[in-house]
Design a protein around this ligand. Structure first.
Ligand code: ADP
Ligand code: MG
Length: 244
């Protein structure tokens, strides 16, 4: 279970990026975090991961989150990742075994087997010896999900994993995440395509600096909450029209 109590984040001299965010999330689940640009979605993941300074408490399974960071696998928003880093696909996936193995330590053959199995899971085994710089965006995102698999973390955080990737990769990733959920994992995905929310997520968190709503998708992904997050001009299929 992840619990956040009174999370506040302010970047230097700016207005608050997150204000009094409180929630408890009980897994296994796939939870979508939605909200407009600049709503603090990435900041929320980073606060739980203790990457940004914040006030309030972040608790994982009853312990301070800072003591449980190794139980979280994290794929950051694509803008933050260096694609040109000279590393092969299998080396990139093997980084998920750190801290179990330790950086620059040799992997045992069992761990290479885990790397290979993870690459097969996401349909990327044929690319094991390629440089990551040779991959398409979707292939690279599948490799990053494979890295989460070998990490065997209880919690998986993905920040906008589907931006700019092909639909085949998106489908493979969602299928893999569904299996992970069935194995008991708790998965948080920052996502901006509202049309997929109902098919992808069993829970949804709606954020706009403050937490607007969190809960089962069918109860939470509602016009009233979306208007509070996005304003009253949002348009979602048949459901929400310019509601002036
Ligand atoms: P989202 O992921 O929902 O688009 P972010 O969490 O990235 O939103 O950002 C929330 C707010 O904090 C935005 O106003 C953004 O400009 C600001 N912000 C994010 N990161 C930084 C940073 N490193 N320094 C200063 N301001 C930041
Ligand atoms: Mg973001």
């Amino acid at each position: 279970m992840i619990t956040c109590e009174n999370i506040n984040v302010s970047y230097s001299n700016q207005a608050k990026a997150l204000e009094d965010v409180n929630f408890s999330l009980e897994g296994p689940t796939i939870t979508g975090i939605i909200g407009p640009n600049g709503a603090g979605k990435s900041t929320l993941l980073k606060a739980i991961l203790n990457i940004v300074p914040h006030n309030g408490n972040t608790v994982i399974d009853g312990q301070a989150a800072t003591k449980r960071l190794s139980s979280i696998a994290y794929v950051e928003q694509k803008s933050g990742i260096d694609f040109t880093f000279p590393i092969t696909v299998k080396e990139c996936v093997s980084l998920g075994t750190y801290p179990a193995v330790g950086l620059f330590k040799r992997l045992k053959s069992k761990q290479w087997e885990d790397v290979k199995a993870a690459l097969m899971e996401v349909g990327m085994e044929e690319y094991a010896d390629r440089q990551i710089s040779e991959l398409s965006g979707g292939q690279f995102q599948r490799v990053l999900v494979a890295r989460c698999l070998v990490q065997q973390a209880d919690y998986i955080f993905l920040d906008e994993p589907f931006v700019g990737i092909d639909s085949v990769s998106e489908g493979i990733i969602m299928q893999t995440l569904q299996q992970l959920k069935n194995q008991g994992k708790t998965i948080l995905i920052v996502h901006h395509d509202l049309s997929k929310v109902e098919s992808y997520f069993d829970q949804v968190m709606i954020l706009n600096k403050k937490l607007i709503a969190v809960g089962k998708t069918e109860e939470t992904f509602r016009k009233k909450n979306l208007i509070r997050a996005y304003g009253d001009t949002i348009f979602i299929g048949e459901e929400v029209r310019h509601a002036s």
